[in-house]
Ligand binder design. Structure first.
Ligand SMILES: CSC[C@H]1O[C@@H](n2cnc3c(O)ncnc32)[C@H](O)[C@@H]1O
Ligand SMILES: [Zn+2]
Length: 447
């Protein structure tokens, strides 16, 4: 067995305990084989009576001294190549922001641009401890190449928009989403999974939604879309159909146990119950919801109803970064404000949302450090001034730590970042290429 040992740190366990333990990883299998003396086969190595740590010299070690070993963080909704549009258009509500600024710029994007933006976003994610993400965008073969090279996990899909398109173009868009879902599923040694991704229930026509969802079910891939993000998106559905968006989603068979919807800001109690009954997850994007003034998602009520709530940054144009620590803090703060209750959405909840619940929402391995689990983890330094003293490490994860506090990132047993150096990407080249692509893009849009 080719092993990696993460030594000297404190480990966040699935039950919320923090223990001083080494974590031993089987790099070939990409799984955790031991956490302290807890192993897959009950603490011993093949019945020898000795623990894994006693019998097995590790092939490689990662120093976690003074650090907290946490499950790799999960960004359950983003548009990763939108890093190219970071700071391009700020301080507007969703609809005019998309129509006046973002969509005209996206019309000029080339596959090369998308690859450059995706590499920049993935670099930022690895540097802030993210090991898995869900991405809805265009040129997804290029995004998949980046994910493959960089070593993360992802659930990828081509985003479909049919409004404003003739029948043939709309159908082609649906077909492209289904092609991506079928062709890329299982790529990158299984680290890439896919989904059918209509943009939303208002930007994709009913017949295309019905056809696409039926084909997705046939192909065995989940559905991911933006839902109930703004009142401007909810009201037309209620006016035209006489039913709320989540009821509409159910009617077109888009409300399944493997499906996950982004935002879920404007949900009434009946919709929360429907989501809970169906087992459909919601990805909360607090920074984007605040910046676009979309509203406050009922996170506490969703969790109390039994809905799996994950966390997402959304794209870097509405956030404006991909730092999961920001998202945990924002979710805890906004959750309290929304519930008018300081005990709502506590630190333990947002850490769960960014780890185990994120992995579960995306149907990807990871999210827990325990024997047998995927070896997806990050080591967070706890010795910075803004993290001193450490009364409660979970409080620090939620409220005080930043992406730049992450020392190492590991996914599928591979070290992606060691001592803040990203090993799978050339950081300088990625940044240079993305900056040039963004500048050329803006020139083309202005012509
Ligand atoms: C069709 S690919 C995805 C599409 O979504 C756009 N987008 C980015 N952020 C949001 C958001 O918060 N709500 C809805 N749509 C968003 C992105 O620019 C792409 O066009
Ligand atoms: Zn989005």
């Amino acid at each position: 067995m080719d092993t990696l040992r993460v030594t000297g740190g404190r480990v966040l366990r699935p039950d919320g305990r923090v223990t001083e333990s080494d974590v031993t990883v089987d790099r070939d299998a990409g799984t955790v084989v031991a956490v302290g003396d807890e192993t897959v086969n009950g603490g011993e190595t093949a019945g020898s009576g000795e623990t894994v740590e006693e019998t097995l010299d590790a092939d490689d070690t990662l120093d976690a001294d003074g650090g907290l070993v946490i499950p790799g963080l999960v960004n359950a909704h983003t548009h990763v190549a939108m890093t190219l549009l970071r700071g391009y258009a700020d301080d507007k509500p969703l609809d005019p922001w998309l129509r006046e600024d973002i969509w005209p710029a996206e019309a000029e994007l080339t596959p090369d641009d998308i690859e450059a933006g995706a590499a920049l976003g993935v670099l930022e994610m690895i540097r802030s401890g993210t090991t898995a993400f869900a991405d809805m965008y265009f040129a997804m073969d290029r995004v998949a190449d980046v994910v493959d090279r960089a070593g993360l996990r992802a659930r990828l899909g081509h985003g479909v928009v049919t409004v404003g398109k003739d029948d043939a173009d709309a159908r082609e868009d649906v077909e492209e989403s289904l092609r991506v879902a079928r062709d890329l599923d299982g790529a990158a040694d299984g680290r890439i999974r896919t989904a059918f991704m209509p943009h939303s229930l208002t930007t994709v026509g009913e017949e295309f939604l019905r056809e696409g969802v039926a084909e997705a079910r046939e192909a065995g891939v989940p559905v991911h879309l933006h839902a109930n993000e703004t009142t401007d998106e909810v009201d037309p559905i209620v006016d035209e159909r006489g039913e709320r968006p989540i009821a509409y989603a159910e009617e077109i068979d888009a409300l399944g146990p493997d499906d996950f919807f982004a935002h879920g800001v404007h949900l009434d109690d009946s919709e929360i119950d429907r989501l809970a009954d169906a087992g459909t997850a919601v990805v909360h994007c607090p920074a984007s919801n605040m910046k676009l003034a979309s509203g406050m998602a009922p996170v506490q009520r969703l969790r109390e109803a039994g809905v799996t709530v994950a966390l997402g940054t959304d794209g870097a144009a509405s956030n404006n970064d991909l730092d999961p620590f920001d998202e945990m803090r924002d979710a805890a703060m906004l959750g309290k404000l929304a519930a008018a209750d300081a005990t709502a959405v506590p630190a333990t909840a947002v850490v769960e949302m960014a780890t185990a619940d994120g992995a579960d929402a995306l149907g990807l391995p990871g999210g827990r450090i325990e024997p047998g689990a995927a070896a997806d983890l990050a080591v967070v330094d706890l010795d910075a001034p803004h993290l001193t003293p450490v009364h409660d490490p979970i409080s620090h994860l939620a409220y005080a730590a930043r992406g730049s506090d992450v020392r190492h990132t590991v996914c599928d047993g591979e070290v992606l970042m060691r001592d803040r150096e990203v090993l799978t990407l050339d950081a300088d080249a990625v940044q240079e290429r993305a900056a040039a692509a963004a500048s050329d893009l803006v020139d083309r849009v202005g012509e």
